[in-house]
Design a protein around this ligand. Structure first.
Ligand SMILES: Nc1nc2c(ncn2[C@@H]2O[C@H](COP(=O)(O)OP(=O)(O)OP(=O)(O)O)[C@@H](O)[C@H]2O)c(=O)[nH]1
Ligand SMILES: [Mg+2]
Length: 612
């Protein structure tokens, strides 16, 4: 008896392959509405046609598999399975409502040279979404028969069967050299636009927006401009609420000064708790504004586009677009960012992403940056009054973090973490009006976390710091502020020689110590240290004016440079240790970040001192 010829059913996950397979064979393969329903191959003969055997395969996005089930599909099509003759033809299934993404895989499959039939499935949903596809044109462009189907309602089956019988008689052509993924992706999008006669308003809007946002030249400009705008807003919108919070804590301190004698308790409340915790809480408005922007961008569907745009740049440094999502989350906080790197399949890619994630400017750096900027960068405009200088400097600091992350990834991927990762391709969802509930919940969560940290960890650190900076008490004949004679003053004296070359005074050195636990604590610590040693006339002023009097500009710039790199966050280090499961890599990360921090501060300090 003749062997039946095999036809492989192939396509992206969740497009209805198994449903179509079942209808065509009369079998009952598992059909489920999630990608990855089929994880192994099943075969069955075409109903009433024992000469043709269909193979239902796991869905896959490309022939470069990312998981073992996807590997099955590749191996089948490449004829790499033992005792298995190559399929004679391919029945390719695509989701008509998501054509550009699915066509990408069709183009890749076509290059293999198999005779092919395309099932344009889910046409019922396409009709509902008012998507109208020119089937004949698609047929003409691809050069293969295209059949409209509704697998679950057995629509289009006869025609599929007919075309399959013709296809298996055709010869297989030689496989072509695979096309570059990006150009294939663009070609798929072009074809989709060409064959789409009309589409629902959502699809249409998405397409129009994407021609702008994803444009090779305009897209990055818009992304850049948007980031720029965000930092301008973070500064100017937050001004009023920050003044209010500042005023509130100021009046608390005044109240204590008026109603309590000048004793230890008053100092503890005013200089320890209020100065410390207050100097952090004041940044809540800025953090919320930044988060509001991030949440709106995520919710609207723009964030994925940003990742898509960045994919080109990421590929230059040896990472792929997939690494961009963890990096973007790290703008909020490196911890969720590092955890989301789990989605990166390639181990060395994942490691590299984890190692550079702490360079993304997390929201804990915001208090540090804004404090120093407010104290040292004049609140003026540049470029003919169009751009605020303070927001501009903030933007530069963020950019410095991103650029150094890219450079370090570039170096690592060529040395310690070498590998060639599979190219990742992203699904681009439809744009949506942001879900305000989701944005609201996100903001609420953020404030809660921020205030809780201020109320627990930061307050605790401030209590300890106040004790250490108050005792031992100064001798009777003291000439300097009391803090100089305290434990903190003594430790500061030890640390000073280490940090003097980068322009840090002993107060900064002291603030860095509790600041090891979390960056914003350094700000709180500066608040406490300066509040404690302030002479009567400056106590009334804010931390901003105190710093302005106490530091030189090169010191301030050096301090900023330090915080771009320094891994001052114990929780991040702990998460890196857990996620890499390697003490060696964790130590490596901490060492390289401190090394860079010291080096960049050193250079900043000395260059700035020479110029200014
Ligand atoms: N409305 C509609 N739903 C369909 C159609 N074809 C399949 N479905 C549904 O789409 C979902 C996915 O179908 P499956 O057949 O499991 O998809 P698959 O391609 O085998 O998915 P994987 O095995 O994960 O790759 C199921 O919920 C089906 O009921 C169709 O033509 N129209
Ligand atoms: Mg399936």
């Amino acid at each position: 008896m003749n062997h039946p010829v095999k036809v492989a059913v192939v396509g992206n996950p969740n497009c209805g392959k198994s449903a179509l397979f079942n209808s065509l064979t009369g079998l009952r393969q598992k059909v489920a509405n999630y990608p990855g329903a089929t994880v192994e191959r099943r075969s069955g003969s075409l109903l009433g046609m024992s000469t043709v055997e269909l193979l239902d395969l796991p869905g896959t996005y490309s022939l470069t598999p990312r998981s073992p089930d996807e590997e099955i599909t590749r191996a089948t099509l490449m004829g790499e399975l033992e005792a298995e003759d190559l399929p004679r033809a391919i029945l390719c299934v695509v989701d008509a409502t998501n054509l550009s993404q699915h066509l990408r895989f069709v183009l890749e499959l076509k290059d293999l040279g198999f005779p092919m039939v395309l099932a344009l499935n889910m046409t019922d949903l396409a009709v509902r979404e008012k998507i109208n596809i020119d089937r004949l044109k698609l047929e003409q462009i691809l050069g293969i028969p295209v059949v409209e189907t509704v697998a679950v309602r057995k629509k289009g089956l006869d025609e599929i069967r007919e075309k399959l019988l013709e296809a298996v008689k055709l010869p297989k052509l030689d496989a072509k050299e695979p096309e570059d993924v990006r150009s294939r992706q663009n070609r798929a999008r072009d074809i989709k636009n060409e064959v789409t006669l009309s589409e629902g308003i959502g699809h249409k809007a998405t397409r129009v927006l994407d021609t702008v946002f994803l444009n090779m030249f305009v897209g990055p400009l818009i992304l850049f401009g948007l980031l720029f705008l965000i930092f301008q807003a973070v500064f100017s919108w937050a001004e009023a609420p920050m003044d209010m919070i500042d005023g509130f804590f100021g009046s608390l301190q005044d109240m204590i000064a008026e109603n309590m004698s000048d004793g230890l308790l008053a100092s503890f409340l005013s200089d320890g708790l209020i100065a410390g915790v207050g100097s952090v809480i004041i940044f809540l408005p800025q953090i919320l504004i930044l988060f509001a922007f991030i949440l709106v961008l995520e919710s609207s569907g723009y964030m994925v586009r940003a990742a898509f745009l960045m994919d080109r740049i990421m590929s230059r440094v040896g990472l792929n677009g997939r690494a961009f999502i963890p990096l973007i989350s790290s703008f909020a906080c490196a911890i969720p960012g590092i955890m989301s790197a789990r989605a990166i399949a390639d181990p060395s890619d994942r490691l590299t992403t984890i190692l550079i994630a702490p360079l993304m400017t997390c929201s804990a750096r915001l208090p540090v940056y804004t404090l120093i900027i407010a104290a040292f960068i004049p609140n003026t405009t540049i470029f003919g009054g169009t751009i605020g200088l303070q927001g501009f400097v903030m933007f530069i600091l963020y950019l410095a973090g991103i650029l150094s992350a890219l450079i370090i990834a570039f170096v690592l991927k060529r040395s310690l973490t070498k590998s060639t990762p599979p190219t990742f391709m992203m699904e681009l969802p439809k744009y949506q009006v942001p879900n305000w509930r989701y944005v609201g919940i996100g903001l609420y969560e953020r404030s809660r976390i921020f205030l809780r940290r201020a109320g627990t960890m930061i307050m605790g650190a401030m209590v300890i710091l106040w004790v250490l900076s108050t005792f031992p008490a100064p001798p009777a004949d003291a000439t300097e502020p009391a803090i100089v004679y305290s434990m903190v003053g003594i430790i500061g004296g030890w640390l000073e020689p280490i940090f003097a070359p980068i322009g840090f005074n002993w107060e900064i050195s002291i603030a860095l110590l509790p600041g090891m636990a979390a960056r914003e604590i350094a700000v709180a610590a500066l608040g406490t240290v300066y509040s404690l040693q302030g002479s009567e006339d400056v106590v009334a002023g804010s931390l901003v004016s105190m710093l302005n009097g106490a530091w030189s500009l090169p010191t301030a710039l050096s301090f900023l440079a330090w915080f771009i790199f320094a891994p001052q966050c114990l929780s991040t280090i702990a998460v890196v240790r857990r996620e890499t499961n390697s003490r060696k890599w964790t130590a490596f990360m901490v060492a390289y970040l401190f090394g860079l921090a010291y080096l960049s501060s050193f250079l900043t300090y000395h260059i700035a001192s020479a110029i200014l």
